[in-house]
Design a protein around this ligand. Structure first.
Ligand code: GRG
Length: 298
């Protein structure tokens, strides 16, 4: 059987995730309507859905059912959306444009934006824990733990903290790398791990190979993000371009230069792809997403 090409496959997953997000998010008219409308505004109809695609692609390695994967994918996307809402607020990055539209605090006010992030975070864990998503309760408990660790102060929030407290200070490459492993990489990595727990069990060697792939891609995603921040325009990105340079923020490009940053991304991609070899055809989608993450233009 020939598989659909990557674009067609990705579109079908993005559509499925959009529908499921629409179902798991509170209805816009449900009281308090302003909060629920703003939650839907923050999540629906936007973004590349890279993390959900990774959940589904990792699910192919273990033969997981789309009915399970869609909820794991929605959970991680809701955490991601919450992080963007809070990151855009005046106390953090103070941005007005996200996913091609006004940021949540601009459209709904700061207090609502704060609540939207809080409520999306708990909605993610509600989605992950209120139905059976793994073959046994221990694995599902691990999934909840994986997402919690990836989101909190040992993961994404910790990375954001390093970023905030480092303003005005020069970072070395290892320090920059540690910040991004946590800030961006942890959630990307958790997407792969969550998908891998929705189906048949992996042995330790397989799990560690998949984890190595996920770690490399988490970092590669950020290196490419830094490259795009200086290469692409705001209309293409759907968010304000050139902010890192404007804010004098250390990035892979500022530390390594553009050519070396590109080489670094290519090296991480090659390392990630290597880890997938023993999985053979089951890893085709993961391999394709890895290419997409490094070759993307927005
Ligand atoms: C506020 C707790 C808290 C955390 C914020 C993720 C994050 C941490 C901040 C976002 C700022 C940023 C530019 C991070 C770097 C990479 C990144 C996560 C970009 C946005 O992700 P994409 O490109 O966005 O997947 P879409 O809109 O396509 O989903």
């Amino acid at each position: 059987m020939t598989l659909p090409d990557f674009k067609t496959w990705a579109k079908s997953i993005q559509e499925r995730v959009e529908v499921t997000l629409g179902e798991v998010l509170p209805a816009a008219g449900h009281q308090p309507a302003q909060l629920h409308e703003a939650m839907r505004y923050a999540v629906l109809d936007g973004g590349k859905r890279v993390r959900p695609l990774l959940v589904f692609a990792a699910g192919e390695i273990v033969g997981a059912s789309p009915e399970r994967l869609q909820y794991a994918a929605c959970a991680v996307e809701m955490i991601h959306a919450y992080s963007l809402v809070h990151d855009d607020m005046p106390a953090m990055d103070n941005d007005v444009l996200r996913r091609g539209k006004a940021t949540v605090h601009v459209a709904y006010g700061e207090a609502t934006a704060l609540l939207v992030g809080d409520a999306l975070q708990t909605a993610a864990f509600d989605t992950l824990s209120s139905r059976v998503l793994a073959d046994n309760p221990t694995d599902q408990l691990r999934m909840v733990n994986i997402l919690a660790r990836a989101s909190g102060s040992f993961g994404m929030c910790g990375g954001q903290g390093i970023d905030l407290y480092g303003v005005g200070k020069a970072l070395t490459l290892p320090e920059l790398e540690m910040m991004h492993i946590l800030k961006t990489g942890a959630l990307i990595r958790s997407s792969v791990l969550l998908g891998s727990f929705c189906g048949a069990a992996l042995d330790e060697a397989e799990r560690s190979r998949l984890d190595h792939f996920a770690k490399c891609m988490g970092l590669a995603f950020q290196v490419v993000d830094d490259i795009l921040d200086c290469e692409a325009d705001s209309a293409t990105l759907g968010k304000t371009a050139g902010k890192d340079v404007a804010n004098n923020k250390p990035t892979y490009v500022s530390l390594l230069g553009l050519a070396e940053a590109r080489r670094h991304a290519a090296m991480l991609l090659a390392d990630a792809q290597d880890a997938l070899v023993p999985f053979g055809a089951r890893a085709q989608r993961l391999k394709e997403i890895a290419d997409f993450i490094v070759e993307r233009r927005s």
